[in-house]
Design a binder for this molecule. Structure first.
Ligand code: DGL
Length: 303
């Protein structure tokens, strides 16, 4: 019988990509039991309507609840952008998306970088707590699927932080760029290829020209392309991985709510998909950085 804290964390995505988030959670929370659901039969979500994405996500959330999860991580940026609020309203369980953690990190970095830049200019010896000296326009770039970019979820989240009472009210320019060809290229295993470099160059050229302080990887697949993106980006541009950030956030949540699993409990990982498990195993290993050896169950009853 599982104790409360040994109940698994449920992580879901439209398909394989969320394994980049799974990987971060697994690394940071080694003793947590994990369940991953990839909706491989219905991927991609990135070009679907809000209604459809919401319906799919509710089905998956219900499925994860049946698996007795203690919290749910929406690894998919598209779902986090379009359906998270509804899911939180409808289901009585902690649910985390990737947008807020990614946006928070981008905003924090922007304040830090902006402060140090201003300190150099004004030759201040100490970092001033008064943010009024922040001046000029600072740029953050967001890249993601068409649905994520169309939703403006990242820019809304960053603007909320900036305008909130503790926000610095910096003059922020947010550039959002949909990069729809990148998901299929990664899924085809073409990460390290000329065609992917060309496509990244095509999408990122206008982004890079605006000299952003950071580029937020607003899609589960993009951490796989981080090295290439870094090659194109200016040396001073930071790459922000929303998956990494949500892992930190749920760790903090589990600690502060005394929900961490005991270090002596056995850890298990389970994978569920809605289509061909063998393909998931094969391609998934690239995302996760190690072989998936577990049996993968196919779920079709809610499709
Ligand atoms: N998981 C999606 C995301 O992060 C990318 C793949 C898709 O379009 O479903 O937005």
């Amino acid at each position: 019988m599982l104790t409360d804290n040994s109940r698994p964390i449920g992580i879901f995505d439209s398909g394989l990509g969320g394994l980049t988030v799974f990987k971060e959670i697994r690394q940071l929370l080694r003793y947590e039991n994990l369940i991953y659901f990839g909706d491989t039969a219905r991927v991609p979500y990135g070009n679907k309507s809000k209604e459809t994405i919401l319906r799919y996500s509710k089905e998956i959330t219900k499925f994860l609840l049946k698996q007795n999860v203690k919290l749910i991580v929406v690894a998919c940026n598209t779902v986090s952008s379009l359906a998270l609020d509804e899911l939180k309203k409808e289901f009585d369980i902690p649910i985390f998306g990737v947008i807020e953690p990614g946006a928070r990190c981008a905003y924090k970095k922007l304040i830090e970088r902006s402060r140090s830049k201003n300190n150099i200019i004004t030759n201040k010896k100490t970092i001033c707590e008064d943010t009024a000296y922040l001046s000029g326009i600072e740029t953050i770039a967001i890249i993601g699927t068409s649905a994520t970019i169309g939703s403006k979820a990242y820019s809304d989240a960053i603007n909320r932080l900036n305008n909130y009472k503790n926000g610095a009210n910096i003059n922020i320019k947010i550039i959002e760029k949909a990069c729809p060809l990148l998901v299929p290229l990664v899924e085809e295993g073409l990460v390290d290829s000329d065609i992917t470099r060309d496509v990244i160059k095509y999408y990122l050229q206008p982004v890079i020209e605006s000299n952003p302080l950071s580029i937020v990887l607003g899609c589960t697949h993009y951490p796989m392309l981080k090295e290439i993106i870094l090659d194109f980006a200016d040396d001073n541009t930071e790459i922000i991985d929303s998956g990494k950030e949500v892992a930190i956030e749920i760790k903090n949540f589990l600690i502060s709510n005394k929900m961490l699993n005991s270090k002596t409990a056995k850890t298990y990982e389970k994978y569920y998909v809605s289509d061909d498990p063998e393909k998931f195993k094969l391609l998934g290993s690239n995302f996760i950085g190690s072989n998936i050896t577990e049996h993968i169950e196919v779920v079709i009853d809610f499709l």
